[in-house]
Ligand binder design. Structure first.
Ligand code: ASP
Length: 352
């Protein structure tokens, strides 16, 4: 049902855009607007390369839908913050990604969601951690930023704030999906195998997460991240996504960053802020700074990140097998990818 809905949305969206743009986007055909750039991710948890083409198309279509919505905000002269919130909310609603509907299960079989937004123009930021009934954690994170003097609200307090703000609520089970339940069962089996010495064939890639970074026509950068965290997490565990500077960061002086992967590693190395610091203090390019943290600071298979610089460069490095991602800019770039091969243009091509 969900899958069918999203496939239809993807098809309609792509068809509309192709007719509006006369086919796949090409550089320089939109007139002289101020530049903007956008990158999105749907997590570093991988889909098998041998997955059914329909499944690959479903994910690529979902990324395209989110990208299209973000592009529209930026093309219309909207703010990078609005673009980020729009994209992340779109992905929170898609059951295939580990955020909102489709969030990972905790060890207890429930969902605890984390999210963050940051405005690079003034370093304003807001985050929530361990929320259980908030339909859009990223939306609540933005309200923390705009309506409180605090940065991070967690657990019961964040839920109370959600009630005061009147944001849409859902039962915790509304975030359930069969895919994530199966992952919880696999995780439990792995735990049992460990204690019975029958080691599993390979480690489970139990992460996911969604994020967006953007540069708007006004020169402002923003970042947003939302996640269900790690499958089997315990004891109120909070990941990197809502930790400003770890999983999410934006600063007009440098760049905007959103991370995905083993949160503990991104917290330990303060990855998002380190990218910014390397640019600001060491004069590195966005590409060099992001490659350094992903390939030299982090361990193989820890995950990846998306980043946009103040001048509109885009970087999306990852050290996991794949990372759901996409990007677009005012020069006509528009692409989505899961593994190495990139699917360009706004059409419905499937990446192999
Ligand atoms: N980084 C997230 C966390 O550790 C998980 C993910 O990116 O999938 O909570």
């Amino acid at each position: 049902m969900h899958t069918l809905f999203w496939s239809c949305v993807g098809l309609c969206c792509a068809a509309f855009l192709m007719s509006a743009a006369g086919g796949c986007a090409t550089g320089g055909q939109r007139g002289a607007t101020k530049s903007w750039a956008l990158a999105i991710h749907g997590g570093a948890g991988t889909l098998s390369k041998t997955a059914a083409p329909e499944m690959i198309a479903e994910y690529e279509g979902a990324l395209r839908v989110a990208l299209v919505r973000g592009v529209k905000v930026l093309e219309d002269g909207g703010s990078s913050l609005d673009a980020c919130e729009t994209v992340v909310q779109t992905l929170e609603e898609h059951p295939g990604f580990n955020a909102g509907v489709g969030a990972a299960f905790t060890a207890d079989g429930t969902h605890e969601l984390d999210a963050c937004v940051m405005d690079g123009s003034n370093l304003a930021c807001g985050a929530v951690a361990g929320v259980t009934t908030v339909k859009s954690p990223v939306g609540l994170a933005r309200l923390v930023m705009t309506k409180t003097r605090h940065v991070l609200l967690a657990g019961a307090g964040a839920e109370e704030f959600a009630t005061l703000q009147g944001v849409p609520r859902v039962p915790n089970s509304a975030f359930d999906t069969e895919k994530r339940r199966k992952m919880l069962e696999e995780w439990r089996a792995e735990q049992n195998a460990k204690t019975s010495a029958a080691a599993p064939a390979r480690a489970l890639h139990t992460y996911g997460t969604v994020g967006c970074v953007a540069l708007d026509q006004h020169g402002n950068l923003a970042a947003a991240t939302s996640t269900g965290g790690l499958t089997g997490k315990r004891w109120g565990r909070i990941g990197d996504a809502p930790i400003v500077g770890a999983g999410t960061y934006a600063n007009n002086a440098t760049c905007a960053v959103s991370c995905t992967g083993t949160g503990e590693q991104f917290i330990r190395h303060v990855i998002a802020k380190t990218v910014s610091d390397r640019m600001e203090l060491a004069g590195e390019s966005l590409d060099a700074a992001t490659r350094h943290v992903v390939f030299q600071t982090l361990n193989p298979d820890d995950g990846g990140l998306i980043a946009v610089s103040r001048s509109g460069e885009i970087a999306m490095p990852f050290n996991s097998e794949g990372m759901f991602r996409g990007c677009a800019n005012s020069s006509g770039r528009f692409e989505v990818a899961i593994w190495d091969k990139v699917s360009k243009g706004r059409g419905l091509g499937v990446t192999k």
